[in-house]
Design a binder for this molecule. Structure first.
Ligand SMILES: Cc1cc2nc3c(=O)[nH]c(=O)nc-3n(C[C@H](O)[C@H](O)[C@H](O)COP(=O)(O)OP(=O)(O)OC[C@H]3O[C@@H](n4cnc5c(N)ncnc54)[C@H](O)[C@@H]3O)c2cc1C
Length: 387
């Protein structure tokens, strides 16, 4: 009943191969230890090369098979059904790090990094957010100034970069000074071993625990001219990558919601109170119906956005609507599932509390629910209500 309207069942078989390989890998290598990983706050790094070998990393890029929007979305759904941290890893590596290099990098930069990122031999991160600038990245304080001989010097502090401490290369977004001859926001490829670059883990998180969330410090990091992404001029460049990641989130959230529904359904059909199964009570059925309603709408929305994306007609405002809806829906499903499991629902091995905690991050990153509301509001009215 997870696919009440046959939205998923009607997806053509040609779109399934990547999702099936992803599910098989997760069943073989991750699912049995996800609770321990969550508890210890550790990413299963040993699986990264295998994510590469099944063709997942970079899959939507032209150089690596150009998986269709549906194929990529279904794979994201599989990852997030297990844990949002897995999907976050794959979407940062693919949609933020690799996408930025593929879209805005020189051929030399692409040759140097993309094949190794696709094989999972190296990891990338994407650092836009700063301690003082999250929803409003235009105010970023990280600075890139021209040094001698055309070199660049980077100074600043980035926060919340996913994969930061395990990355070999960081995409750093920085303001360039007008006197550098390159005004505005520019992107730089910073190798993790560059002198002056430090990555530190953000610890004691209660959400997205397996994800390597990090702080990055840039203290007079000197880079050659060739470290700058030549085609990324202005804030629109990183924002365009974020749109790709939002597409991954809106599919991933469905996987998380489906996992919670399944756990709740199994529980209420087995557990008896007052002499009969919980599933036989009207209010419990109301919860189940609300959950299926939310999941069905999310599936329909995702499938429609995939179609628009395939046709090259997807607008970023539509992505905002989709990310906003599907994350909210998944949160609602996870909350209901948590309650339906009663006390058992707070145990790690009953999965719903882990998903519920992870979904708090989904509602915040890649644009908060409020920011996406403002994006759609502006699209409807023509009036910006951001400030
Ligand atoms: C686990 C995790 C991983 C992340 N990974 C990355 C990453 O890889 N790279 C990266 O660059 N960033 C990353 N982020 C950062 C993320 O994108 C930001 O947290 C997000 O953009 C929100 O910024 P903020 O946290 O500074 O909140 P703020 O911008 O300070 O917002 C706080 C609250 O105020 C509200 N608000 C802000 N402005 C308005 C407004 N105009 N109108 C109404 N309400 C408003 C927001 O909706 C929110 O509720 C990650 C975050 C998390 C939690």
């Amino acid at each position: 009943m997870l696919d009440y309207l046959d939205v998923i069942a009607d997806i053509p078989s040609s779109a399934w191969a990547l999702a099936e390989r992803t599910r098989e890998l997760l069943e073989r290598r991750v699912i049995s230890r996800i609770d321990e990983l969550y508890e210890s706050g550790e990413f299963p790094r040993d699986v990264i090369p295998e994510l590469g070998s099944i063709g997942l990393l970079g899959a939507p890029l032209a150089q690596f098979g150009q998986a269709s929007p549906l194929a990529w979305g279904l794979a994201m759904r599989e990852l997030e059904r297990v844990d949002s941290g897995l999907r976050s890893f794959a979407s940062v590596q693919t949609c933020l790090a690799m996408e930025a290099i593929a879209r805005f990098g020189s051929l030399a930069q692409q040759d140097e990094w993309l094949p190794r990122l696709a094989r999972g031999e190296v990891i990338g991160c994407f650092a836009l957010t700063e301690p003082g600038h999250g929803s409003d990245p235009a105010g970023m304080e990280t600075r890139a100034t021209r040094g001698a001989n055309g070199t660049w010097r980077l100074n600043g502090h980035k926060r919340w970069a996913t994969n930061g401490t395990i990355a070999s290369v960081a995409i750093i977004w920085a303001q360039t000074a007008p006197e550098s001859g390159s005004k505005g926001v520019r992107g730089f490829l910073v190798p993790a071993n560059a002198p002056g670059f430090t990555a530190r883990p953000l610890e004691r998180k209660l959400s997205l625990r397996i994800s390597a969330s990090s702080e990055l410090f840039l203290d007079n990091v000197e880079l050659p001219e060739s470290a700058m992404l030549p085609k990324a001029t202005g804030l629109g460049a990183p924002l365009s990558c974020l749109n790709e990641a939002r597409y991954s989130i809106l599919w991933g959230a469905i996987g998380s919601a489906e996992a919670c529904y399944t756990a709740a359904f199994e529980h209420v059909t087995k557990r008896e109170q007052f002499g009969r199964p919980l599933a036989g009570f009207q209010m419990v059925q109301n919860d189940l119906v609300e959950m299926v309603d939310q999941i069905s709408r999310s599936q329909l929305l995702a499938a429609r956005l995939a179609q628009l994306k395939e046709e090259g007609r997807l607008r970023y405002q539509q992505l905002s609507l989709g990310k906003r809806h599907n994350v909210r829906a998944a949160q609602d499903v996870a909350r209901r599932a948590r309650a339906l499991l009663g006390a058992e629902g707070i145990l790690l091995d009953r999965i719903v509390m882990r998903h519920l905690c992870n979904l708090e991050t989904l509602a915040t990153y890649e644009g908060t629910e409020q920011i996406h509301t403002l994006v759609v509001g502006q699209d409807l009215t023509g009036l910006s209500a951001f400030r």
